[in-house]
Design a binder for this molecule. Structure first.
Ligand code: SF4
Length: 218
């Protein structure tokens, strides 16, 4: 374990950690389990341009916030929207980029600067379910979701965050917050998008290995 990695008192899970698992874009539950149970001391460095992302993301959110404000919505952004939802085994946390409310109608919006992915929608669905439970001020609001990309957006209807979805979320949260270590799923593709260093995960795969056979059948 990395020298600065420390156990948490209680499991704590950010919505972004489980949205890819729920969408089927990743399968290593251990990664989320470990982060739920530990303050991770160091993360793998990537060539991701964080500064460029911040500039593009801020512009996207400011533009969308201005659009909704001009339509008469009350708009709150980023840290204003941070929430926690405590269960018996641990806490789910999130920070939607933008919440816009007018009367009993509302939007929960997240801005994405990359290519559209299923997990983008799942992340907003998590917010649509959890934010309303965490913030009593939103109790009577009918929220729709929106994933905002640079040149388009996707809409999520209220019914998509339904009972079946919540059952899947609750099941995964029980696994991620529970005491038993889930199975790891090390692979080059998965490990390259995992922030855990080899000090925290000894099974990290950093070289690509493909089974390469030969056949005469085609
Ligand atoms: S480095 Fe790979 S095996 Fe280890 S937790 Fe991350 S995804 Fe799983």
């Amino acid at each position: 374990m990395h020298a600065r990695t420390k156990p948490r008192t209680d499991p704590y899970v950010w919505a972004t950690w489980i949205s890819k698992l729920l969408a089927g874009e990743s399968s290593c539950v251990w990664s989320a389990w470990f982060r739920a149970h530990h303050h991770v001391g160091a993360k793998v460095e990537t060539d991701f341009d964080l500064e460029l992302w911040r500039v593009e993301h801020t512009a996207l959110i400011r533009r969308t916030a201005a659009d909704f404000a001009s339509l008469g919505y009350t708009v709150t952004v980023e840290s204003q929207n941070q929430f926690t939802l405590a269960g018996r085994l641990g806490t789910l946390a999130g920070r939607p980029d933008l919440v816009a409310v007018k009367g009993d109608e509302g939007w929960i919006i997240d801005g994405k600067t990359g290519q559209p992915k299923g997990s983008d929608r799942v992340q907003v669905m998590l917010y649509m379910w959890a934010l309303q439970k965490a913030n009593p001020a939103y109790a009577g609001v009918r929220f729709r979701g929106r994933v905002e990309y640079k040149a388009r957006y996707g809409i999520i209807d209220p019914g998509e965050a339904d009972t079946a979805f919540v059952t899947r979320v609750a099941g995964l949260m029980r696994e991620v917050c529970g005491p038993n270590e889930p199975r790891k799923a090390p692979s080059y593709r998965e490990c390259q998008s995992c922030p855990l260093t080899p000090d925290d995960c000894g099974d990290r795969v950093d070289t690509e290995a493909i089974f390469a056979g030969v056949t005469e059948e085609f």
